[in-house]
Ligand binder design. Structure first.
Ligand SMILES: [Fe+2]
Length: 183
């Protein structure tokens, strides 16, 4: 089966306006990542960690997220539903609940190539790539990932603060530097 980015985006755009959009987009994403070679040939073999925008509108954001080896992105929420589909490597999601002014862990889900998961809009998670290679994932969000007012929590004290996309990009850059230093 062939994966075509333009067609995938069009289908997501059509589905997002309909009822049960998260579940139908999850089915579509599951289908897409079921043939990893097809996704790689369309999106390219990942070479660097990064958060790459494939589509961005007020009601829908589609990202190609590449996790650098061993990297961890601190806890954050999305304030909108999300669908994650893995097309290479592994993504460990750790889930949290608010606890007083901080967070407490309450679960973990490991996703490998071909796996898809739906996240509810209230979810708080951190993401870790446990492997010594890049992990590639398509993330679809039912809203504007960049404009939404959301939160992030720094490790150790888990103090809530406004989400900063610059901060997130800096985490990817740090991870890329670490990857470069290991070569
Ligand atoms: Fe996330």
């Amino acid at each position: 089966m062939k994966f075509e980015l333009a067609g995938f985006i069009e289908e997501c755009r059509g589905l997002v306006t309909k009822p049960e959009s998260q579940s139908s987009i999850s089915d579509l994403t599951e289908q897409a990542v079921s043939v990893q070679a097809a996704v790689l040939s369309e999106l390219g073999e990942p070479t660097r960690g990064g958060l790459n925008t494939l589509y961005h509108a007020p009601d829908l954001t589609i990202l190609n997220i590449v996790w650098a080896p061993g990297m961890t992105l601190h806890p954050h929420n999305h304030c909108m539903w999300a669908v994650i589909g893995i097309y290479g490597g592994e993504e460990e999601n750790i889930f949290y609940r608010r606890d007083g002014s901080g967070l407490t862990q309450h679960g973990m889900k490991s996703l490998e190539a071909g796996n898809t998961v739906q996240l509810g809009e209230d979810i708080i998670h951190s993401v870790h790539n446990p492997r010594e290679k890049l992990t590639g994932a398509i993330h679809v969000y039912g809203g504007d990932f960049f404009a939404a007012h959301r939160s992030e929590w720094m490790p150790d004290e888990y103090q809530e603060q406004p989400f900063s996309i610059e901060h997130t990009r800096a985490v990817f850059e740090e991870a890329n530097k670490r990857m470069d230093s290991l070569v």
